[in-house]
Design a protein around this ligand. Structure first.
Ligand code: BEZ
Length: 260
């Protein structure tokens, strides 16, 4: 696989093998969403931002018909290998019209920085009465890591180059956006969830922080990552030796009203 492809665009890239090694916790910790979704045999469900399909598989195993959508071809290929129909699609441009009984979305919406376009697309994709169940990074998510990345880039005079790649809303803001589109918000909650990482913080930066790393010349990147890790160590490294990232989740459940 060509690992330099896409780097010049400065965009975050997703590789299924790297994701499996460094980010399996993303789907493992989201299993409560399946309980809220309560998928049923005969339902047609979209997993928006399906990643490599680990969570999608739980919906699939419930007997519902599920389709995965993800912006990454590599992740879509991994999802298909689990036997789950999947399509490569940008969540800002969902092209479905009143076909789904429910949409599940985990750890994906915060990568989509025009939230109303995404909400409009999810609304249109659901049948009247359809359910939306999701979790994303919420206000304060990874604040310690963001501060350290910003400071390390500022030290290098690169602060003006930072394009913040994430959308981490407060619960009130996201509720308002959903309601403005006509969703009935059944539940929404901001949940601090300190998250143990499976390895080094530098691996997390490689997996999730490429838009920051790409701003630094390649030969300086190792040093940059170590500098960021040292800056957050007092807050995020536990005494008995594991990194715990300061995740905050925004979890919600909403319904497209039956009348429209
Ligand atoms: C997350 O909240 O899942 C997340 C946000 C930004 C980067 C990586 C993960």
């Amino acid at each position: 696989m060509d690992r330099t492809d896409g780097e010049s665009s400065g965009q975050q890239r997703w590789f299924a093998d790297r994701y499996a090694a460094n980010a399996r916790f993303v789907s493992d910790l989201a299993e409560p969403l399946i309980e809220i979704l309560a998928p049923k045999k005969g339902e047609f469900i979209l997993d928006l931002g399906c990643g490599d399909g680990a969570l999608t598989k739980l919906v699939f195993d419930s007997g519902a018909t599920v389709i995965g959508a993800d912006a990454s071809f590599d992740q879509v290929t991994a999802c298909k290998k689990l036997g789950i129909p999947s399509v490569a699609m940008d969540g800002h441009n969902l092209a479905f019209n009143e076909v789904f009984d429910a949409i599940l979305t985990n750890a994906a919406l915060h990568w989509m920085t025009s939230p109303d376009d995404v909400i409009n697309g999810m609304w249109a994709a659901l049948k009247p009465g359809g359910r939306l169940v999701g979790e994303m990074g919420g206000a304060g998510n990874i604040a310690t890591i963001i501060r350290a990345l910003t400071e390390a880039l500022t030290c290098r005079g690169l602060q003006d180059k930072i394009e913040f790649p994430w959308f981490f809303p407060h619960e009130q803001e996201y509720r308002q956006r959903l309601e403005a589109r006509g969703f009935i918000v059944d539940y929404i909650e901001l949940i601090p969830r300190p998250t143990p990482l499976p390895g080094e913080l530098t691996n997390w930066l490689d997996t999730f922080g490429e838009q920051f790393l790409f701003l630094v010349p390649e030969k300086e990147r190792q040093g940059f990552k170590k500098e960021v890790a040292e800056a957050v160590r007092p807050d995020l490294f536990e005494p008995h030796g594991r990194w715990v990232a300061d995740y905050v989740r925004l979890r919600f459940s909403a319904t497209r009203s039956a009348e429209s």
